[in-house]
Ligand binder design. Structure first.
Ligand code: PGA
Length: 255
């Protein structure tokens, strides 16, 4: 069954006081809609405090990144096993900030996905085109090749634990979201690529949209057939906005 997910990506924001207040507020304000999974990816030092502050509230935790290696002399890195060990169920892989600021290629992304799957983490794999690629008419081919890089390496059983997040780079943190039609068209194209690998994998695969999703525009994105939720940056730092986004996904399932 295709899962519907709202995942908050805090990026490098927050402190311990914020974590505790966020958890308190989220627990009191969020009535998790049926059929919606809610996940938060805080900065690594705050994963344990967040998991503990959320205690049994059925909200998942995610890493924002992981190493492409298992363990050993890799100063500053953090393995998939460690993330799983401290209570993560998910990890974000290949976010555009990792790809552009830290030079992560499709090969690195694939190596990280492999480690995540080995550790029984669900990998939220980010793909997306730059503004230049969109304006030159290459958006779909760029995104398809990023998706293919992952599809080509793993089998259908492994890919059942992969979630795709389509995040056009020009929409991330810019306040400029893709229109619902643009987003749906790309999600349909991504599902088409997955379908050419396996029909039921495509039906069941969760494809999230990310890039300036907020409380006001979430629902018009989520009502589209191939948009199964969101990866939320800025708006995931504000509990009322994040709650509204979760509720919007819940309403879109009923509508
Ligand atoms: P944004 O970030 O919602 O702040 O645009 C999304 C993301 O980078 O995952």
């Amino acid at each position: 069954m295709r899962r519907r997910i709202v995942a908050g990506n805090w990026k490098m924001n927050g402190d311990l006081a914020f974590v505790n207040q966020f958890a308190l507020d989220l627990k009191s304000q969020l009535a998790k809609p049926e059929g919606v999974d809610v996940v938060i990816a805080p900065p690594a030092p705050y994963i344990v405090p967040l998991v503990s502050a959320l205690d049994s509230s059925d909200i998942g935790a995610a890493g924002q990144n992981l190493a492409a290696q298992s363990n050993g002399a890799f100063t500053g890195e953090m393995s998939a096993e460690m993330l799983a060990d401290i209570g993560c169920d998910y990890v974000i892989v290949g976010h555009s900030e990792r790809r552009t600021l830290f030079g992560e290629t499709d090969e690195v992304v694939v190596a990280k996905v492999a480690k995540a799957l080995d550790a029984s983490l669900q990998a939220i794999v980010c793909v997306g085109e730059t503004l230049e690629e969109r304006e030159s008419g290459n958006a779909e081919s760029v995104v398809k090749s990023q998706v293919d890089a992952v599809l080509n390496v793993f089998d259908v059983e492994q890919l059942a634990n992969v979630i795709i997040a389509y995040e056009p780079v020009w929409a991330i943190g810019t306040g400029k979201t893709a229109s619902p039609a643009q987003a749906q068209a790309m999600h349909e194209a991504i599902r088409g690529v997955v379908r050419s690998k396996d029909e039921s994998l495509a039906e069941n695969m969760t494809i999230l949209y990310g890039g300036s999703v907020n409380a006001a525009n979430a629902e018009e994105l989520f009502i589209n057939a191939d948009i199964d939720g969101g990866l939320i940056g800025g708006a995931s730092l504000k509990v009322p906005d994040f709650v509204e986004i979760c509720e919007a996904l819940g309403r879109s399932l009923k509508g």
